[in-house]
Design a protein around this ligand. Structure first.
Ligand SMILES: [Zn+2]
Length: 326
């Protein structure tokens, strides 16, 4: 998967943590493979705070300690989150619980001077109210130690963009944010200097029934071949796994955005790259993902299982120079 991603111009990955346990797992993977991770508790998982043996304060302390231990070096934490509110999925966690623990996690961003990786679904007024009350109403909370943040997987209305822009936040788009015509209009309104892109794998892929598909149809074949290579329902060495929305698919998101903004793919890639490095304080150029190591491990497993052939060369050049250059 990482080899395919690299061929498509993906130079590194931020793995999002959705709970304490997931964040610790994300950090382990980030360290092993030279990636980055976020640490936080997703709104739909916010009952984990109450269920934690030593209580919610201890859960927050555990998140805090996890961040403190991984602030520098390989596989470091680059944001607090996912955190936020999700009123589309109250069956996982009631609104009051979500609000309480969203507010609590904002303290971590201020304490550690990290950006927020924010999740917001059908909750705009409560979401911005809590951010404002906790000091993130202006300049992304920088006066109080914050570093702004990104409202990831943005699916909100055009009107919400203005308010969040004024508060100093960035937006991130994936397939979910380009499902309908209204989504596309909102996406076109996000200024390129505040835009990030993501796959949000394995969810939120671009699909043929979405409004975005009209733009995706214009994707030139050489790019389509690397962003959406042949897939299989089960794992087959060398093929994408169907429905997994692998990182190489981010090129498709960039393509649709380029059409919505009337700019080139390279311009989108350059702007998003710059925003991402600035927001998450990533060095440029980035350390590369440890693909040979990952590939070697996979090959070793495959070889052990099947005494099969060795892996194809890892030295495939990116078919997408603008992204591949970084
Ligand atoms: Zn999310």
């Amino acid at each position: 998967m990482l080899r395919r991603s690299r061929t498509a111009g993906v130079r590194n990955v931020i793995i999002t943590g959705g709970s304490l346990k997931e964040s610790q797992h994300a950090l382990r993977m980030a360290k092993d493979y030279g990636m980055f991770a976020t640490v936080g508790c997703h709104p739909t998982r916010s009952q984990d705070f109450d269920k934690f043996d030593a209580g919610p304060e201890a859960y927050l302390r555990a998140l805090d300690n996890t961040i403190a231990k991984h602030k520098t070096g390989k596989g470091r934490v680059v944001a607090v989150g996912e955190c936020g509110l999700d009123y589309d999925r109250l069956f996982f966690s009631p609104a009051e619980t979500q609000k309480k623990y969203f507010r609590m996690q904002l303290s971590l961003a201020k304490k550690h001077n990290l950006p927020l990786f924010l999740h917001s679904r059908n909750c705009h007024s409560d979401f911005v109210q809590i951010l404002r009350e906790e000091g993130f109403g202006e300049d992304g909370g920088r006066a109080l130690g914050g570093r702004g943040g990104v409202v990831h997987s943005f699916t909100g209305a055009k009107e919400e963009i203005d308010e969040l822009l004024e508060m100093g936040f960035h937006f991130s788009l994936n397939g979910c944010g380009m499902k309908t015509q209204e989504n596309l209009e909102a996406a076109a309104k996000i200024p390129l200097d505040r835009l990030l892109l993501e796959t949000d794998a394995p969810w939120c892929s671009l699909t043929s029934t979405h409004a975005s598909s009209a733009h995706l149809k214009t994707l030139p074949k050489p790019l389509s071949d690397v962003f959406f290579p042949p897939s299989s329902k089960t794992f087959v060495e060398g093929k994408m796994v169907k429905g997994r929305n692998e990182p190489n698919a981010i090129g498709g998101v960039a393509w649709v955005v380029s059409k919505l903004h009337g700019v080139t793919l390279e311009e989108v890639a350059e702007a998003v790259w710059k925003n991402t490095c600035e927001l998450f304080a990533l060095e440029d150029p980035l350390p590369e993902m440890d693909v040979p190591k990952v590939a070697a491990a996979v090959v070793a497993r495959v070889a052990a299982a099947a005494a099969g052939p060795s892996a194809p060369s890892l030295k495939s050049e990116s078919a997408f120079p603008a992204l591949g250059r970084r």
